[in-house]
Design a protein around this ligand. Structure first.
Ligand SMILES: NC(=O)c1ccc[n+]([C@@H]2O[C@H](COP(=O)([O-])OP(=O)(O)OC[C@H]3O[C@@H](n4cnc5c(N)ncnc54)[C@H](OP(=O)(O)O)[C@@H]3O)[C@@H](O)[C@H]2O)c1
Length: 392
């Protein structure tokens, strides 16, 4: 057992990653302690989590929910401090007693809290892939400058991290991330025009939040992950690839210069990568049972059909273009996915909106962070302008 429990701040505690993280912490109370939690609006759920884990630092982004929580102090453990808005997330990210901050809020909102955690010298466990897509070079440079570790929570990146340990960067030829193929893996191209949000949310292997589940159905999720991998592991675009693997048991393949490949396998549950990220380099027993080799199972790999899933092609194009292009890809995708989920945009229009926005955006070869954030905002504005008018 470690001398002192590792103290964890969990941003996005009420979500899908948040739930898996709480399971990992509950299974390893001798090594891990939750010291702060945050979410957007579901304050009663946050209060229940705070009571269960004895947490006294709680962040609530939404103003109305914060007011409701302030009016019900008895719902929280005695002495609880409530933190509001984005500043509240930043305060939690630099909490003096914290050792590690896990960022698992949807989208790019976690960027500022992530930078606050790094500046305060906290290790960062990163689930929110959009943060590195938006600002990968800046986040990685800040982490190097402050000497903190960025531990990938995304299952594929966590798998790559495990396969790369102990190998020099020069020995890596390429990494290949596996893709389950999402809800429409086996749908013929002509049926995709009719795909509804309910269809897209029926993921065959993973239970996740709605935005990432739609991203899995378009394969934008894999595109975002390729960009994320490029920054996390310092790779060139052509060193990052994807392969379809319907079983979601192999999470990555790393090919070395001698042609050997290492793979990482575990059941498709986020408790495995989360536990690895929270406890690295320790390997206590898992939160859930390991793969069973007592019964037969197959592992299948096939190339991704980019004609059916253009979001992957677009991701590779923005990786090569660099500059603010990945930020624009991510921003336009967020707007298009939200419109699809709201029933305002057909499924096949998601890549069309993103491609149109990318074609309109000026190229910025080496933007600073302010220019990237401006490109993000501009891409969101342009994407919104390409949505069908809302019904009156
Ligand atoms: N789910 C997975 O298996 C998985 C795997 C790899 C990576 N990821 C990444 O992890 C991130 C979270 O995904 P998820 O599936 O866990 O999403 P989710 O289930 O939708 O949960 C999102 C969480 O973020 C909180 N949140 C949203 N907006 C917020 C804001 N403005 N301020 C504070 N908290 C906010 C939500 O709070 P409320 O509940 O109050 O709205 C909730 O706790 C995403 O970036 C995703 O790409 C997820």
């Amino acid at each position: 057992m470690s001398a002192r429990r590792k103290r964890i701040v969990l941003l996005g505690a009420t979500g899908s990653i948040g739930e898996s993280t709480r399971r990992v912490i509950a299974a390893h109370r001798d090594r891990l302690e939750l010291v702060a939690v945050a979410g957007r609006g579901r304050w009663e759920q946050l209060a229940a989590i705070a009571r269960e884990h004895g947490v006294r630092e709680v962040g609530i982004f939404d103003e109305g929910a914060l007011a409701a929580a302030r009016a019900s102090p008895a719902a929280f453990p005695p002495g609880t401090r409530l933190h509001g808005g984005l500043e509240g997330l930043r305060e939690l990210a630099r909490l003096p007693e914290a050792d590690l901050v896990l960022v698992a809020v949807v989208g790019t909102l976690g960027l500022e809290p992530a930078l606050a955690a790094i500046a305060a010298g906290k290790d960062l466990a990163l689930a929110s892939k959009e943060i590195l897509v938006l600002a990968g070079p800046f986040v990685m440079a800040e982490a190097r400058r402050h000497g903190v570790r960025i531990l990938p929570v995304d299952s594929e990146h966590n798998a790559v991290f495990q396969c790369l340990e102990g190998h020099p960067a020069a020995a890596v030829r390429r990494i290949v991330l596996t893709a389950s193929g999402g809800a429409f893996r086996d749908w013929p191209a002509e049926r995709l025009a009719q795909a509804t949000p309910a269809d897209a949310l029926r993921h065959p292997n993973w239970s996740m939040g709605p935005k990432i589940t739609v991203d899995s159905a378009t394969l934008a999720n894999k595109g975002l992950e390729l960009i994320e991998a490029q920054h996390l592991f310092g790779l060139r675009p052509e060193q990052c690839g994807a392969v379809l693997h319907p079983q979601s048991i192999v999470h990555c393949l790393v090919e070395f210069t001698d042609g050997a490949m290492l793979a990482q396998l575990c059941p498709p549950s986020m408790t495995f990568p989360i536990q690895h990220a929270l406890l690295h380099p320790e390997r206590p027993p898992g939160t859930e049972p390991a793969l069973s080799l007592e019964r037969a199972f197959g592992l299948e790999f096939r190339p991704v059909d980019e004609a059916r899933f253009p979001m992957l092609r677009l991701a590779r194009e923005v990786m090569v273009a660099g500059g603010a292009a990945p930020a624009a890809y991510n921003a336009a995708n967020e707007v298009a996915v939200a419109a699809f989920l709201a029933g305002r945009l057909p499924f096949l229009a998601i890549p069309r909106v993103v491609e149109t926005v990318l074609a309109e955006m000026p190229t910025l070869p080496s933007p600073d962070l302010a220019a990237v954030l401006a490109a993000d905002a501009e891409a969101r504005r342009r994407a919104a302008a390409h949505l069908p008018a809302a019904n009156p």
